[in-house]
Structure formats: structure tokens, C-alpha cells
Design a protein around this ligand. Structure first.
Ligand SMILES: Nc1ncnc2c1ncn2[C@@H]1O[C@H](COP(=O)(O)OP(=O)(O)O)[C@@H](O)[C@H]1O
Ligand SMILES: NC(=O)OP(=O)(O)O
Length: 312
């Protein structure tokens, strides 16, 4: 049966923490990701792709800041647009090439997407979204003093700069994304959670400096395009309870109630697995099926033979 599937590609699918952030590495990783996505397209499903941008938007911001004596730096929402542009370009090109090699004729289009947030979101008072490269604790604290950054430890992987991450309220242009997907095009949209914008009282929009969580926006987009499945592809095969402990256990097919109970018990780290589980739960609450799995098991997980699967 052909289904409409929103695929959220994790940051690791584009750049792994220990890799140099050059263009070739990112393009190679994206090529591998598109091979996995093409397996799903080949099964006849309609696909919408969203992606992370944490490392990339942080690096772009740093490039702007480092060049400030020569060229005035751009605000963070514009850096987000830049990251969406270049990652969308890589995925679009890699996927077109992969589909062509496989003899598949789907059109691929990458849409620069804005996501509406509230300027009153409490997230603006408490930055939590890690961006850019990893530092040692000492380095990060020195940079925080020198450059007025907020830095935090990121899920046991090192220290990073953090920025505000407001909740997405709606994905601008999601009707067009739905129309294109329903016409069997593969749409890359809402990358990096979408460019954060706020709506003014007169109805106009303007950018705001933040980075939205792509899994939270992924849920919004999945709901707005009426997807059947919301698939979060990351670098672990499942969500786990007691993660990293001797009694760790991979979660397979679970109910909404079980998922909510595990969240309550604090099994998932903020800023990594917690937003994935929360977004997966919200989608399942609306009657859809959510899947969290590794990139390499995407083909199996779509047949419900791998990954963590949450449904009503
Ligand atoms: N309970 C958990 N189960 C699985 N992974 C977890 C859990 N808690 C934290 N994690 C971490 O979440 C990471 C995936 O989240 P993240 O790095 O944000 O992914 P991505 O960039 O692919 O979206 C895993 O590499 C793992 O270290
Ligand atoms: N915007 C966002 O959530 O990016 P990452 O998934 O790369 O952190």
C-alpha cells in the first residue's frame, strides 16, 4: 500500500560529530542517506524529507562572525536560510542522481521554508539548542566569556554553543508541500526546523534569531500534510530505556501510553532523544504511526521490522 511518509533526517546523516565539516564529507554522507530514502521511494511511497542543520548553522554563524571586520555578519535566521539552501541543494542533487541510477522518475524539489514561532516563547529566555562544533569544557567556557555565548554540555559528546529553540507553531506553505507530495513529487522542506519567523500584528512576517528543533517541526509538517507515517532517522537503531546503562533495553513496537510513561520516567536526553520521542508521541496521538530508527534500517523499519514504532 502506498503511504505518505515524512522522513526527518538527523544531523548525523549529514555530518558525524568527529568528521571535518568540509563539503565533500557532507555530500558523501548525504549520498548515503539518499540511497536509504530511495529504497522507500522504490516501494511506491510518497516522501517528504526534512533535515537537521545544527552543525551547519553554527558553522555558518561562526564564519560570519569571524569575518566581521571585512563583511557585516548576518543574523541567525539568515544563517538558517543559508544552511537550508545548501543542505537542500545537496539532498536534492544526491537524490535526483540516486533515483536516476535506479530508473525511478519522481520529481524532486527543495523548498526554502519558514516556520512561525511566537516571540513570547519562553525558549528565548533559556537557550537549549546546540549548534556548531564541539569544544572541551575549558574551551567552551573561555569562548562563552570572550564572545558572550551560552554554552552547554551536549549529551555526553562535548560542549557546544546553544541558542534559543522556540516551538514551531505552523509551517508556512505546507498546503503547497502537500499538493506537490500528493502529485508524487518528493519535497525537501522545513530543513533545520524551518527559518524562524514571527507574525506581526499587521499580518506581516519577520525573521527572529533562533534555531527550531527539526523533529518538532517535522511533526508539525507531517500533521499539516496529513502524512500516514512520521519517520525519524538518526544514528541509533532504536530509542532505549536505561540508555547507556547495563540494563539498557531497545524499544520496539510500543503504545502511546508506554511511550508517555517512559518520558515521565526520564529515559530520554533533552536536546537529542527527548524531542524525538515527544514529537513521535504527538503524531501518534493524531492517529499516525511514528518510527524512530537508524538511517541504515529505514527500509526494514518502514515494514515495521526494525526501529521503535509508536502508535495508538
Ligand atoms: N534513551 C535514548 N535512546 C537512544 N538514544 C538516546 C537516548 N537518550 C539520548 N540518546 C542520544 O540521542 C542521540 C540521537 O539524537 P541526536 O544526536 O539529536 O540525533 P540526530 O542529529 O540524528 O537528530 C543518540 O546518538 C544518543 O546518543
Ligand atoms: N535544527 C535541528 O534540529 O538540527 P539538528 O537536528 O542537526 O540538531
Amino acid at each position: 500500500m502506498s503511504e505518505k511518509i515524512l522522513i526527518a533526517l538527523g544531523g548525523n546523516a549529514i555530518l558525524q560529530p568527529k568528521q571535518e565539516a568540509n563539503y565533500e564529507n557532507q555530500l558523501n554522507n548525504v549520498h548515503h542517506s539518499t540511497e536509504m530514502i530511495a529504497q522507500i521511494v522504490k516501494k511506491g511511497h510518497r516522501v517528504i524529507i526534512t533535515h537537521g542543520n545544527g552543525p551547519q548553522v553554527g558553522n555558518i554563524l561562526l564564519q560570519h562572525e569571524e569575518a566581521k571586520d571585512v563583511i557585516p555578519p548576518f543574523p541567525l535566521d539568515v544563517c538558517s536560510a543559508e544552511s537550508q539552501g545548501f543542505i537542500g541543494y545537496m539532498i536534492d542533487q544526491a537524490l535526483k542522481n540516486t533515483l536516476q541510477r535506479m530508473g525511478l522518475k519522481n520529481q524532486v524539489v527543495s523548498m526554502l521554508t519558514q516556520t512561525q514561532v511566537s516571540k513570547d516563547d519562553v525558549a528565548f529566555q533559556n537557550p537549549t539548542k546546540p549548534i556548531g562544533v564541539f569544544y572541551s569544557e575549558d574551551e567552551a567556557k573561555q569562548l562563552a566569556d570572550k564572545k558572550n555565548w551560552v554554552v552547554k554540555e551536549d549529551a555526553g559528546r562535548g560542549w557546544r554553543r546553544v541558542v534559543a529553540s522556540p516551538k514551531p507553531e505552523s509551517i508556512l506553505g505546507s498546503e503547497v508541500i502537500k499538493t506537490l507530495t500528493d502529485a508524487n513529487a518528493i519535497v525537501i522542506a522545513s530543513g533545520g526546523g524551518g527559518i524562524p519567523v514571527v507574525k506581526n500584528e499587521d499580518g506581516t512576517f519577520q525573521g527572529i534569531e533562533a534555531v527550531i528543533d527539526k523533529d518538532r517541526s517535522g511533526f508539525k509538517l507531517a500533521a499539516e500534510v496529513k502524512a500516514d507515517k512520521f519517520m525519524i532517522l538518526t544514528d541509533v537503531p532504536n530509542a532505549y530505556i536505561n540508555y547507556g546503562k547495563p540494563n539498557e533495553k531497545a524499544l520496539g513496537a510500543i503504545t502511546l501510553e508506554e511511550a508517555k510513561q517512559y518520558i515521565k520516567e526520564g529515559h530520554f536526553s533533552a536536546g537529542s532523544m527527548a524531542p524525538k520521542m515527544e514529537s513521535a508521541i504527538k503524531f501518534a496521538e493524531q492517529g499516525g504511526k511514528s518510527i524512530i530508527c537508524s538511517l541504515d534500517q529505514a527500509g526494514l523499519a518502514i515494514e515495521e521490522k526494525a526501529g521503535t514504532i509508536i502508535s495508538k
